[in-house]
Write a new protein. Sequence first.
Length: 136
Amino acid sequence: MRLQVYMADKSEVREDLRYTEGDEWVKVEGANARIGITDHAQYQLTEIVFVELPSVGDKVKEGDVLGQVESVKTVASIHAPVSGEIVEVNAELEDATQLLNESPYEEGWVAVIKMDDPSSVEGLFDAAAYREKLGE
């Protein structure tokens, strides 16, 4: 199952991020992209109880599965929004999965990808387009 939900619940959508159709977010940090699941996704998943993270050094292509989150309701895949190399993972999530629910944009980030092509983020939703996708 891909992280993809469409209920208008007035989720937090931040102006400084880019978003995917599958409800992942991207924060551009120079040539790197910090990624995670959106507030909307964590709300739909409800209580997240397990996370599977990628490994540092993994090479990913846009759309590849990076990992999975398991909630009390379902299991969902996290997909790479850009191509590149995993340079950092948030290992804290392995013991503190609640960070994905409590702080999806700050402490609940999943991984950092050194992008092959930093301009590729321009193809992702900006905040206004993501709100429109959500019906907000």
